[in-house]
Design a protein around this ligand. Sequence first.
Ligand code: PEP
Ligand code: MG
Length: 315
Amino acid sequence: RRLALAEERHLPAETLDEHRIVLRANVATPAEARAALTTNAEGVGLLRTELPFLNHPAWPTRDQHAATLVPVLRALTGQVVTARTLDFADDKLPPFLARLQSGRIGRGLPLMLAQPNAFADQFRCLLSAGADTDLRIMIPMVASIDELRACRRLLQAAADEAGVPTPPLGIMVELPEAVAAADELAREASFFSIGSNDLTCQILGLDRRDPTATPAMAAHPAVLDAIARVVTAAHRHNRQVSVCGDAAAHPLVTPLLIGVGCDSLSVGPAALDEVRARIRRLRHDTCASLAAVALTRDTPEEVWRLVEQCCRPSL
Ligand code: PEP
Ligand code: MG
């Protein structure tokens, strides 16, 4: 079956009614970057940069950033690379931050903005290591327009210092605050990428480590509704919306994400062939009607049943 799917690698990720979905890969290592290119991903939709530092004793230095970024970005020369800045969240907290873990400061962006020099060092390294890629920068855990503006100032300063143009700056939408501020954020962010792993947990009140917090739970009508509203806000401002959480690759969720209007999906290299083949067997108009009905349901189980009835041959 894998072989059969691999035969479709040279074909576009396009539905039966010719609706094109941009299909990118989630990577963190040079090996994953090479695997993504082998499966013909249209670049990288999520480069996770924090993973090499999860057991680190201190903020990474510029040399340490370079040591991890240069090999992976070299493997992606000429490609779109959506590089996410360090995302030290509650479930990914290195020892030097663990003791700070209390309330909001313990997670994501406030932590980085409290350390502007450490943050600026990562921007400098990304700009230099990614110079031969089509680089976009993505900020995780954004909750407000002020945070986005603070990030833009740091990025602009790093770009000016290096004498290079400022790359597009987008955000991950993975907090309810960002959903609520989607219209305002869409005005100033270059693109959105929905972090369905965190967003699902945030909306449903689940811990990331909770075994019921599965990718399929993104089909919960409350989560779908949030995603649909984010897409509407983004499109109003001509911004593209990607989904880079694991739900993008889940057979019961891909049709719903396409149905609410997501422009792009980013999945692990191992799932790429399968997701492309799935998209090629779906109709966009059917997915849109399916999503509209799903939004009127009350539970994820009802939505899963709907998807199964509607799209069974394509799953
Ligand atoms: C997400 O939250 O969906 C996501 C892609 O980021 P991570 O899994 O790294 O938190
Ligand atoms: Mg996340």
